[in-house]
Ligand binder design. Structure first.
Ligand code: HEM
Ligand SMILES: *[C@@H]1O[C@H](CO)[C@@H](O)[C@H](O)[C@H]1NC(C)=O
Ligand SMILES: *[C@@H]1O[C@H](CO)[C@@H](O)[C@H](O)[C@H]1NC(C)=O
Length: 454
């Protein structure tokens, strides 16, 4: 098997070399034939399809795009920019069975007024002013983790980061106490895991299975309860909380659906990034020490001003999202013919701006497939002009990007300040599974570490 794989790799390298010598046929969208498919199947056997697509970006480098399973993947920076600027989201189709179908993510026609109602909440300066709330949630999580670690348990970082991220969404966006860290959202956490991990990422159950339907109902019930409770409270005329505004702007059902969106988009992504960060820290102990030193030196100042810059930490986090972009592609759809560069793409085509391939392209980055922790501190890099789009781009860029970066910076700095992360036999290898419907990658297994309190 290993020999066959080696042969296939050698064969692919030669084909790739020849392909890139050939002139590119103008106006054509290339598509792998049977041979190339077979080779890629052998090379990437058992791996995430993302790696197959990544190989195709090397293969079709001169074209900057290719067709695969009836979708057009674009990775040339210029072409990608054109597609992002010219096209609407079109998430309605790929979210067909998802609980997010009717939110403003799914249907852009509803977005303008709700977007305006919430824009202020997501502004960088507003978030930084309220950063103390994130710090409190991170501290709360660290206290709980500390107790578990003291008893000699290995720590389920996947679990704790999801709880923490959920409480942060509660405090920062909905202005509600969800108490996920305290263990008061077990039903909600479980149905999120069933829907996002077991169904969409791992494919253990289908979206028409009983289990999925049950989880979907629980999600509906739990979010309804949370919203009802929020609306009961206090005097509405003086209540300026976001949930109230959202409810006023779009009514109960849409408010609840958008709450679901925030809980899912806002918890899952950040919560998947933290275990990846922890894994890399446990792997590169020197980097862990260096970041801890920065965190230690700045802890008092950071607690006083959450906006404080931590150059090394921020560089590492940017690099984590470069080499493992948690959102591996951005989906767009054509409604009519679209000309990009010299190719014409037909109407009603699914287009993927392929972030994963763009971020890991050897033509744009040195050591493109490796984790180079302080790459972004190093301005001499070829990468200075490379396309970097972990949060997407254009008018539909991630609305939560500043929240995500602030939360990651604070959580990672405080965690390193309090604990040392070590791998143990329970720590799985870092492998990814993809939720193609919501465009998110997760580590395939829950991440466990031994944490030593300092
Ligand atoms: C590491 C964390 C995160 C990453 C990598 C990420 C990435 C992305 C990407 C790539 C998109 C699609 C952009 C596009 O289609 O052009 C997106 C959309 C979105 N994200 Fe995030 N995100 C993260 C965290 C968050 C957080 C914390 C929230 C908070 C609620 C959030 C809320 C959203 C929403 C609501 C959308 C849809 C925006 C729209 O369609 O207009 N995200 N995100
Ligand atoms: C999930 O629940 C929502 C709300 O109850 C419903 O509209 C949607 O059709 C359900 N989706 C699936 C796949 O069952
Ligand atoms: C670790 O956390 C995840 C996410 O909450 C959970 O689904 C899983 O059951 C936990 N694993 C163990 C062994 O407790």
């Amino acid at each position: 098997m290993a020999l066959l794989q080696m042969l296939a790799r050698a064969c692919f390298t030669v084909m790739c070399f020849i392909q890139n010598l050939l002139p590119c046929i103008k106006g054509r969208i290339p598509e792998p034939g049977r041979w190339l498919h077979a080779l890629l199947d052998v090379i990437h056997r058992g791996e995430n399809k993302l790696f197959k697509l990544e190989s195709l970006t090397d293969f079709y480098h001169t074209y900057g795009l290719f067709r695969f399973e009836n979708k057009v993947y674009i990775f040339d920076p210029k072409l990608t920019q054109t597609v992002i600027n010219k096209l609407e989201k079109g998430a309605g189709d790929y979210l067909e069975n998802s609980p997010l179908k009717d939110t403003f993510l799914g249907s852009s026609s509803r977005s303008p007024e709700i977007r305006r109602a919430i824009a202020a909440l997501f502004r960088k300066s507003t978030l930084e002013e309220r950063g103390g709330l994130i710090i409190a949630d991170v501290d709360n999580m660290c206290n709980k983790i500390g107790l578990e670690a003291k008893e000699g348990h290995v720590i389920n970082i996947t679990d704790w980061s999801l709880r923490m991220a959920m409480d942060v969404v509660g405090h920062m966006l909905l202005q509600l106490d969800l108490f996920a860290i305290e263990g008061k959202q077990e039903a909600l956490l479980e149905c999120l895991m069933t829907i996002l991990h077991r169904c969409y990422a791992l494919g253990e159950i289908t979206s028409d299975s009983e289990e999925f339907k049950q989880a979907n109902e629980t999600l509906q019930k739990e979010t309804t309860t949370i919203l009802e409770k929020a609306l009961q409270k206090e005097d509405k005329s003086t209540d300026t909380r976001f949930v109230i505004k959202l409810h006023e702007a779009c009514g109960f059902e849409q408010a609840r659906d958008n709450m679901k969106l925030f809980l899912m988009a806002g918890s899952e992504t950040t919560a998947s990034t933290i275990p990846v960060f922890c894994y890399l820290m446990a792997t590169y102990a020197r980097v862990q020490d260096e970041l801890r030193q920065e965190a230690d030196e700045n802890m008092a100042a950071l607690r006083a001003d959450p906006a404080l810059t931590l150059p090394k930490m921020e560089s590492v986090l940017r690099e984590v999202l470069r080499v493992y972009p948690i959102a591996p592609f951005i989906s767009r759809q054509t409604t009519q013919q679209l000309v990009v560069g010299d190719v014409t793409i037909g109407a009603n085509t699914d287009i993927k701006a392929f972030t994963w391939g763009i971020h890991r392209s050897s033509t744009q980055w040195d050591q493109s497939k490796e984790f180079v922790p302080f790459r972004f501190l190093n301005s001499g890099e070829k990468s200075a002009s490379a396309m970097y789009i972990p949060f997407g781009a254009g008018s539909r860029i991630c609305i939560g990007q500043h929240l995500a970066m602030l939360e990651l910076k604070l959580a990672c700095a405080i965690m390193l300040n309090r604990f040392k992360f070590c791998k143990v036999s329970e720590t799985p290898e870092l492998r990814f599974v993809t939720d193609w419907a919501h465009a998110v990658v997760h580590p395939d297994k829950d991440m466990f570490f031994k944490l030593e309190a300092r």
